[in-house]
Structures are given as structure tokens and as C-alpha cells.
Ligand binder design. Structure first.
Ligand code: SAH
Length: 218
């Protein structure tokens, strides 16, 4: 397939999987349309890069279904001037979309090989407002805190306290909370030293590991 074939598939993905399901914010749709999802998956999976499902990215990890990426990013209500933290870089796909929607993106990944290939992709795509750090993202990334938005791409047993602490005033945290096979999204909002929380839809993510994650997986 040529780049223009992929671009056509991408436009269809945005129309059929995302806009048709009710996510119609133009900035969000434009950001998703700007990111070549096929370059973030293994060559063996390229043909399915724009399908309506998650895909393996190696190391037992997956790149989320496009609709779930769109839905979670939409919950952050980004306007363009924010500093954002993503936990779980994986392939770098979601971070690349965030880079189009916010001023500065910090993303933390446990698996060094995944972080390194994501960094290469950010460089190839000229995304110079994303920094990818290797480490335990359940602890957040203190060096660049506070963040107007934090998004976790793995399932946590509960909203990790360090991520709540690293939220800026008025900031939002979106995190899937629950165990193997089923979690619910939680959307946390900071007001001074108080936090409010709303529940979102049911999802299925790989486990968040680390100090505030599932210590030995699910
Ligand atoms: N956002 C990614 C998909 C993430 S899959 C994408 O767009 O491709 C979840 C990722 O979280 C995996 O890569 C896994 O290695 C990572 N992960 C799990 N626990 C982590 C932790 N405590 N800190 C950082 N990364 C973690």
C-alpha cells in the first residue's frame, strides 16, 4: 500500500470509527488524521493498522483501538496550551496525537526498547514537543510537573496518588481502573487540594506495573 492508500484508510477510520460514534471535535479529528498509525505498528500488522481494534506492538503490549484513544484524549478537553503527561508510551501513537493538541507532552515508558523506538518515530515525524522518558510512570514525572492533563494508557488498581499530586489547578487525569479484562475509566479533576471524580465507559487495558500499579501484573 502507498502512503496515499494509508491516508485514505485513515480518513475512513476517522469518519466511521470516531466521528460516527459521536466524537466530532474538529481539532481532535484533525490531530488523529495527521498521525500515520501504520508507522507505529510492526510491518506484519500494517494492513490492519486502521482497523477497529487494538494491535500488538511487541513486548506483550498493545496499541489501543483508535476509538478508545480518541475518547480518552477527548476527555482531557485540550485547548493547545497545556503540558500533558502520558503514562505508558508503548508505540508512541497516542503521544503523537497529543503532540498535535497540546504545547508540551511528556511520556513515560517502562520498557526501554519501546521508549527508544517511540523516540525514533517522534524524531522522524518532526514532533519536537514530545519528550519520552524511561521509568516507572506510576510515579508520574516530577521533573516537568505540574500538568494540566494526565492520561494513563494501562490499567491501575486505583488512581495513582503521585499522578493526582502532579496535576495543576483545574487539571484532569484520565485513568482506567480495575483488574484483568475489565476496567472503568475514571476522570479526576483537581480543585485546589480537592479532587472530584466521574466514571466513564468500560475498557480493557494491559496492566499498569510499578509502585502504584499491579506489582506483578494481573
Ligand atoms: N499509548 C500506547 C499504548 C500503551 S500500552 C500507544 O499509543 O501505543 C501500555 C504501555 O504501558 C506498555 O507499553 C507498557 O510497557 C507500559 N507500562 C506499564 N506499566 C508502566 C509503568 N509503571 N510506567 C511506564 N510504562 C508502563
Amino acid at each position: 500500500m502507498s502512503e496515499s492508500d494509508y491516508a485514505l484508510e485513515r480518513r475512513q477510520m476517522v469518519a466511521e470509527q470516531i466521528a460516527r460514534r459521536g466524537l466530532r471535535e474538529p481539532r481532535l479529528l484533525a490531530a488523529i488524521e495527521a498521525v500515520p498509525r501504520h508507522r507505529f505498528v510492526d510491518a506484519a500488522n500494517r494492513l490492519w493498522a486502521y482497523a477497529d481494534n487494538p494491535l500488538p506492538i511487541g513486548h506483550g503490549q498493545t496499541i489501543s483501538q483508535p476509538y478508545i484513544v480518541a475518547l480518552m484524549i477527548n476527555l482531557l478537553r485540550l485547548r493547545g496550551d497545556e503540558r500533558v503527561l502520558e503514562v505508558g508510551t508503548g508505540s508512541g501513537y497516542q503521544a503523537a496525537i497529543l503532540a498535535h493538541l497540546a504545547a508540551e507532552v511528556h511520556t513515560v515508558e517502562f520498557v526501554p526498547e519501546l521508549a527508544e523506538s517511540a523516540r525514533r518515530m517522534f524524531e522522524e515525524l518532526g514532533l519536537n514537543n514530545v519528550s519520552c522518558h524511561i521509568g516507572d510512570g506510576s510515579l508520574g514525572w516530577k521533573e516537568a510537573a505540574p500538568y494540566e492533563a494526565v492520561i494513563v494508557a494501562a490499567a491501575a488498581p486505583r488512581a495513582p496518588r503521585p499522578l493526582l499530586e502532579q496535576l495543576a489547578e483545574g487539571g484532569r487525569l484520565v485513568v482506567p481502573v480495575g483488574g484483568r479484562g475489565y476496567q472503568e475509566l475514571e476522570i479526576w479533576h483537581r480543585h485546589g487540594d480537592d479532587f472530584s471524580m466521574e466514571k466513564g465507559i468500560g475498557v480493557a487495558f494491559v496492566p499498569l506495573l510499578g509502585e502504584y500499579g499491579w506489582k506483578s501484573g494481573f
